[in-house]
Design a protein around this ligand. Sequence first.
Ligand SMILES: Nc1ncnc2c1ncn2[C@@H]1O[C@H](COP(=O)(O)OP(=O)(O)O)[C@@H](O)[C@H]1O
Ligand SMILES: N[C@@H](CC(=O)OP(=O)(O)O)C(=O)O
Length: 446
Amino acid sequence: MIVMKFGGTSVQDASAMREVAALARAAADRAPLIVLSATARTTDALFEAATRAEQGDLAGALELHAALLDRHRGIAQDLLPAGVPASLQAALDDLGRELDLLLRGVALLRELSPRSMDAIASLGERLSTRIFAAFAGAAWVDARTVLHTDAVFGCARPLPDLEARCAELLAPQLGPGRIVVTQGYIGATPQGLTTTLGRGGSDFSAALFGAALGAEDIQIWTDVEGVLTADPRIVTAAQPIAELGFAEAAELAAFGAKVLHPATIQPAVEKGIPVTVRHARRPQGRFTTITAEVRTGRPVTALAHRGPVSVLTVASARMLNQSGFLAKLFDVFARHKVSVDLISTAEVSVSLTVEGDAPLGPLVADLETFATVGIATGRAIVAVVGERLKHTAGITGLAFGALRDVNVEMISMGANEINLSIVVRQEDAKEAVKRLHGALIEGGLA
Ligand SMILES: Nc1ncnc2c1ncn2[C@@H]1O[C@H](COP(=O)(O)OP(=O)(O)O)[C@@H](O)[C@H]1O
Ligand SMILES: N[C@@H](CC(=O)OP(=O)(O)O)C(=O)O
C-alpha cells in the first residue's frame, strides 16, 4: 500500500480536488490511503474565529463560520453538480452545528484552552475529507478513532498502539482498487478528546500511518516540485532536489523549509520507508525522493531559514575552568521548558538561540542568579545543509565572502556536521539566503 498526503493548496477548491481524485484513482492498484489537510486557509480561519469568540466577538466568529461553511458547500456543489447527496449534506450540517456550538461555548466563557482550540481546528480536515470521500467514492475513516495520542493539546504525540490500531481499523479497508481517505493533523486521546499534532502536522500523520501500515512509499503532494534548494518565494532560481538524505531533510525541515513538517521524517526513518515530495498539479514533473542513503557527493544541498529567534548570551567569570556550568545552565532551560536550537561557546560565555515567542522573563531571572544575560531579539537562523559540507574545503570562505556586509552574529556547526548555521538580524535573512544560494548553489559548488 502507499500513503498519499495532499496539503491545503492541493485541495483548495473543486478543481484541485478533482486532480487529487484523479491521482488517487490512478494509484488505486497500489491500495492508497489518502491523507488530506484542510482546504487552504481553513485552519487559519478556524484559529481566527476561535480567537474572536474568546475576545467576546461572537458575531465576528459566526461570520467566519458562515463563510467557511458556504465555501465548503460551494466546493461540494461544484464537484457534484447533479446534486449533493443527502449523506454529505447531513455530514456538512452536523459539522457546521458542531463548530457553531464550540464557538458559542468559547464566547460564553471567554476562554480558549488548547483543548478547545484542537476541537475547533479539527473541523477543517473533517470538512475537506467528507467532501472528497463523497466525490471520489472513497471510504471515509475518522483519524481520531485510529490515531490515539497523548493529551498534549496543540502538539499531541501518538501513543505506541498505533500499529495495532492501524492493523485492526485501517488495514482491512485498504486494498487494490479501493480508495480510503482520512484526515491529517488530527487524532484523539483514548478517552475520545480531539487533539492535533501541531500546525502543518498532516505530513506527520501521513508518515505515522505509512510507518504503522508498512507502506511502500509515503508521498507528500504539495504545490512545488519537491524540496527545492531554497524557499522559492525568496530565491527564484531555487531548483528541485532529486535525492535527499533523511538527515538532510530533517535538518532542512527543522530549520524552516516549510514544505515538510519537521516530525515527518522520523517514523519513515525508523521503518526505512522512502518519502517522496511531489507537485499535485504537475504529477509528471520533477520530485524529491528522501531516503536513508544518498551518495550524491554534492557539498551543499540546500538552504533554509527560520525566525524570529532570540539570542541569549549567558556570561559568567565563574565559568572559567569550572565543570558543571553547562549542566546548571541547561537545567534552567529544562525547568522552564524552553528548547534551545543553536549553541556556541566562548571562554566565559555561551550564546544560545530560542524561539522568538519563548517566554523569557522567569527563565532569565533564574539565569541571573549565577550569570549575566544579554538578549538580542528579532534574529533569524540561516542554515546551510549538505552531507559533504565537512569534507569540502573552502565552503566557509565562499559563504562569508558572499555575505560581505551582512552582519553575522553567531555561527554554529551542527554536531552531525551537515548543517552550518548562522544568526543574522531578521531583516537580513532573505538577503543572506539569496547571497548564499548564489555563491554555494548557483555558483556551481553544489
Ligand atoms: N526548500 C523548499 N522547498 C520547497 N518548498 C519550500 C521550501 N521552503 C519553503 N517552501 C514553501 O513551502 C510551500 C509548501 O508547503 P505548504 O504550504 O505547507 O504545503 P501544503 O499546503 O501542501 O502542506 C511551498 O509552496 C514553498 O513556498
Ligand atoms: N491544516 C493544518 C495541517 C496541515 O498540515 O496543513 P498543510 O498540509 O496545508 O500544511 C494546518 O494548516 O496547519
